[in-house]
Design a protein around this ligand. Structure first.
Ligand SMILES: [Zn+2]
Ligand SMILES: [Zn+2]
Length: 658
């Protein structure tokens, strides 16, 4: 809330420096709109707000001081935020008109648009949203002036009591004494610090996208409100592009596909903890098997470690002090235990219990141990944020001098794994030493250099996130873009100078003395649960042949060919493929449709001709009829695609999106 400007301090003349360097002097009390009009009629017409000394102000406000001045027009970088926030008010205006009893909460601008929270006492339906949007367009056509009003807190409480908006009253009562500002547009008034566009006619490029439940002030102890989301852009083209991307994302939503494809489910008695059904578990285990194969190739050794530890371990690692709120605890035999949120402390115990010399390093421990972290139920979302998961987690114990070689090995591994899943656009960020850090600055420098140079040696770029490292070491983040261009953070490599001290980790160096190793915490896929969610969204649920839970389904054209269909299934299963037969009474067309919906990569149609010739007619998922081939030829073809872990099996008739 902006306090009123004391009149005594207002100068007689205000000197405004325009972006071109010229200076305009105007009398005190002149508004931004008047200055814009003085510059030109066109500018006055386009003006949305002004920026004075970096602060956005309404056009109607008297300019309070001298300084750098510019007029915000639709081409200005600030315009979008103004449109988004003003469209939020527009939405609340429409809701109040259509549903007079509905109470209003807050409505900020967000990425791509805005949201507004309401307490309607029931969920908004899609029809409600259509009506609200139509009413919003009506208010745009009315072109009502948007007027800023400053008033005392008590006056504002009166205004919102009168219109029965207790949520607003609650907000006002929670702010320090003094004046508050409200924005009025004809029949609607909202508490807001502003600024806003000068009239509702300036708005129009928007679309209400959906409504969802949201706790008042984001706190699950508060009542559940209804949040309406809207998209707002500068041009219709940008809005349409955004809506198209939303459609694509919706079709790929892993929560929806997980249900449709029978991959996983949730139950309220295990909040935010996925149950993988046989098909989901098949994919999950194939991911683990793949990473195990990579571990052998890249010199990691897998270990199996406990899940529940005496809290003394977590006191030593610092989790007890710093990560308590995210952990699960239990008491047995009057001892307090914690369920591990990370594998590292267990690995440190294991390392410390053995004696290592420089000849043994680097030691690379990999662990698929189950981890538990408490996430507030409000923030959990399908597989991307869960309370129980495992990671392709490893800890490397090495010397600082070994870091460049370790980095090379790690980047090769990351490249191979991401390439396998078709993630070709990988972005790397290097988080460097923060202000508060532990350890030797020279060691930090050496480690940061090793992390960065590993990429420059390969002619690859990375962005430096200065000061973004953990207090105990620098880190690398790997981000990939999925098939529709959305970024996902996947891999990390975190250098750790602290825990070798905490756990007194040593190795005997060539000088015969004990030295501290460096620990590298690293993951390529991260949480497998989350990665599976991302992979579902990336592939739209059409897993590559090697990962598909059901690779082939045999479809007899009628009951007469069930016998031959079974033979084909048995042959495929004997060859190690995940194959089934559709022996339902449905017509062939229905069987094919079901197979397509369930995204089975190979649908094998068998009838008279196929039985006689010992062949199958292949339909590839997504590209349709691929002709007949002998069973042997099919097996060879599938085996090659699986061995190569091909992202696309056979030549698709249509290129996949992007
Ligand atoms: Zn506002
Ligand atoms: Zn770790």
């Amino acid at each position: 809330m902006s306090a009123p400007v004391p009149t005594a301090n207002v100068p007689d003349v205000v000197r405004l420096t325009l972006p071109d360097g010229s200076v305009r002097e105007v009398a005190a009390g002149t508004t931004g709109a008047e200055v814009a009009a003085g510059i030109g009629a066109r500018l006055a017409k386009d003006a949305l707000a002004v920026r004075l000394n970096g602060k956005l102000l309404d056009l109607s406000r008297p300019l309070p001081e001298s300084g750098a001045f510019e007029v915000v027009t639709p081409r200005h970088p600030d315009a979008l935020e103004l449109y988004r926030h003003s469209t939020a008010h527009l939405c609340a205006n429409a809701v109040k008109r259509l549903f007079p009893g509905v109470k209003i909460g807050i409505g900020p601008a967000i990425e791509n648009g805005f949201y507004y929270d309401f307490d309607p006492g029931r969920a908004f339906t899609p029809e409600d949203l259509e009506r609200i949007e139509a009413e919003m367009r009506r208010i745009v056509a009315e072109d009502n002036p948007v007027v800023r009003r400053e008033m005392t807190k008590a006056e504002a409480v009166g205004v919102f009591r009168a219109q029965d908006d207790p949520l607003k009253v609650e907000i006002i009562e929670g702010i320090p004494d003094g004046n508050v500002s409200c924005y009025e547009q004809k029949d609607f008034v909202d508490l807001c610090r502003g600024p806003h566009v000068p009239s509702t006619g300036k708005l129009g490029v928007f679309k209400l996208t959906h409504a969802a439940g949201a706790y008042w002030k984001g706190d699950e102890r508060n009542p559940m409100l209804q949040r309406i989301y809207g998209a707002v852009f500068l041009s219709q083209k940008e809005l349409d592009d955004h809506l198209h991307r939303l459609e694509q994302a919706k079709a790929r939503d892993h929560r929806k596909l997980g249900k449709e494809l029978g991959l996983f489910l949730f139950h309220p008695w295990a909040p935010a903890s996925p149950f993988f059904l046989p098909k989901g578990a098949a994919v999950y285990n194939l991911l683990v098997a793949y990473m195990r194969e990579m571990y052998v190739k890249y010199g990691y050794r897998e270990v199996v470690t406990p899940q529940v530890f005496d809290v003394d371990l977590f006191k030593r690692s610092g989790h007890y002090q710093n990560y308590r709120d995210n952990m699960f605890f239990t008491e047995v035999d009057e001892r307090e235990y914690g369920v591990k949120p990370m594998n590292c402390p267990g690995h440190f115990l294991m390392y410390a219990a053995q004696a290592f010399s420089y000849r043994d390093l680097p030691v690379r421990y990999a662990d698929f141990g189950r981890l538990h972290r408490y996430e507030r139920s409000g923030v959990t979302q399908g597989l991307t944020r869960v309370r129980t998961f495992c990671q392709d987690d490893s800890h490397i114990f090495c010397t600082l001098d070994q870091m460049p070689a370790e980095m090379d090995l790690f980047i090769d591994l990351v490249d191979e794994v991401y390439g396998t899943f078709g993630f070709t656009d990988v972005r790397v960020g290097l988080g460097t030493r923060p202000e508060k850090f532990m350890g030797d600055p020279a060691a930090w420098e050496k480690a940061e250099k090793a992390l960065g140079e590993a990429f420059t040696r390969r002619g690859r770029t990375f962005s430096v996130n200065a000061g973004d490292g953990a207090f105990y070491g620098p880190k690398l983040d790997f981000q990939v873009l999925d098939a529709i261009g959305r970024p996902w953070q996947l891999g990390t490599l975190q250098v750790d100078f602290a825990n070798p001290e905490n756990f007194d980790l040593t190795y005997v160096a060539e000088d015969g003395q004990k030295h501290r190793p460096v620990v590298l915490h690293r993951a390529v896929l991260g949480s497998l649960e989350r990665f599976l969610g991302i992979l579902i969204e990336h592939t739209g649920g059409s897993f590559p042949l090697w990962l598909a839970p059901e690779q082939a389904r045999v479809l007899p054209v009628s009951e007469r060919f069930v016998g031959y269909a079974r033979e084909v299934v048995e042959r495929l299963v004997a060859q190690g493929f995940r194959a089934t037969g559709d022996e339902s009474d449905d017509k062939l067309g229905a069987k094919i449709r079901r197979g397509e919906i369930e995204k089975v990569p190979a649908l094998l149609v068998v009838g008279e001709k196929e039985r006689a010739a010992g062949t199958v007619a292949l339909r590839r998922h997504g590209s349709g009829d691929a002709g007949s081939r002998s069973l042997d030829a099919l097996v060879a073809e599938m085996r090659d695609a699986v061995a190569a872990r091909a992202t696309v099996w056979g030549a698709p008739a249509v290129a996949p999106a992007r």
